[in-house]
Design a protein around this ligand. Structure first.
Ligand SMILES: [Zn+2]
Length: 307
């Protein structure tokens, strides 16, 4: 999510208010709209706000239509003005700053004031959908999505309630489920669990109330920090033509397998949890003992004592 939020901010600064002069689709399945629909509701219209829900980008047009962009694993968005890169984001590959369009370019939007917007996708999973406000509101993808991790709806009470349907599933699997909270990917789940000192494999129902409070806070701290440092996107991320540092240099676990934990010095270990590569510190993130069956869990005891 931080990478997509960084891209969203760059797009707001560079293409909001731009008039779409032409749309060229280079791989037809990429866009769900027919040529006549594109000519009627996209070409000739202005881009309003650019919003984000989870990892999806929503371009509001100047009437009740929207471009819904799912970048998936390998999608990229590139904006150039008079041929010079202004904003780019999504899957980091070296040719993102090379000539455009390239062999992965799926759609090209010609915008006013010499701007071009390219959407590329290496593996053909990314999609653009042209939708009405009504369709967007009823989209099951958004209806089932949990609150935004950095939004006002993500309270400790809501987090606790969303986790209640998990019993023995690892806490990391619950965090990666976008129905729990929107916008936490694999790397960030690891970082949040490290800051909260919870083992990624800890059964969700056995996480104590105190640990859950730490995790809720850790999610906000880690994601805010990542957005402020442009996520993991690129060593030299360009936004508004300026270079920015990335959050990679600050990560606690990402890419640091075998290196000392920044807190305790123990080598970071790598394992698999919920089918995903997972880094953790065996010292800072011990597995808490599962509560004995039929006895109150540590979490419940703790809640009773604090209420
Ligand atoms: Zn440690």
């Amino acid at each position: 999510m931080p990478e997509v939020e960084t891209l969203r901010r760059g797009l707001e600064a560079s293409v909001r208010g731009a008039r779409i002069e032409a749309v060229k689709v280079l791989w037809p399945p990429f866009v769900n709209a027919s040529r006549p629909l594109l000519d009627a509701v996209v070409a000739g219209h202005r881009i309003g706000a650019i919003r984000r829900r989870g990892k999806a980008l929503i371009f509001d047009l100047d009437h009740d239509w929207h471009l819904l962009v799912h970048l998936k694993m390998t999608g990229q968005v590139v904006v150039r003005r008079h041929g010079q890169p202004v904003v780019f984001g999504g899957h980091p590959t070296a040719n993102i700053v090379g000539p455009m369009p390239n062999t992965w370019t799926r759609a090209v939007f010609t915008l006013s004031a010499g701007r071009m917007l390219y959407i590329n996708d290496q593996r053909k999973f990314a999609r653009v959908r042209v939708v009405t406000t009504e369709t967007l509101a009823a989209d099951p993808f958004f209806l089932h999505m949990g609150p935004e991790a950095l939004g006002p709806g993500f309270t400790l009470a809501v987090f606790r309630q969303r986790l209640a349907r998990y019993r023995s599933a690892p806490i990391k699997a619950a965090l990666l489920d976008q129905a729990t909270v929107a916008g936490i990917g694999n790397i960030y789940a690891d970082e949040c669990l490290h800051l909260a000192r919870i083992h990624p494999r800890q059964p969700t129902a056995s996480v104590t109330a105190a640990a859950l409070r730490r995790l809720h806070r850790a999610i906000r701290v880690i994601l805010r920090d990542a957005v402020a440092h442009c996520g993991t996107s690129f060593p030299a991320f360009i936004r508004d033509g300026r270079h920015h540092d990335t959050w990679l240099d600050r990560a606690r676990l990402f890419g640091r397998e075998g290196q000392p934990c920044r807190v305790c010095g123990t080598p970071i270990e790598r394992t698999r949890v919920a089918g995903r590569g997972t880094n953790f510190c065996p010292h800072c993130q011990p597995v808490a003992a599962a509560p004995a069956p039929g006895r109150p869990s540590a979490g419940r005891r703790e809640r009773h004592s604090s209420e």
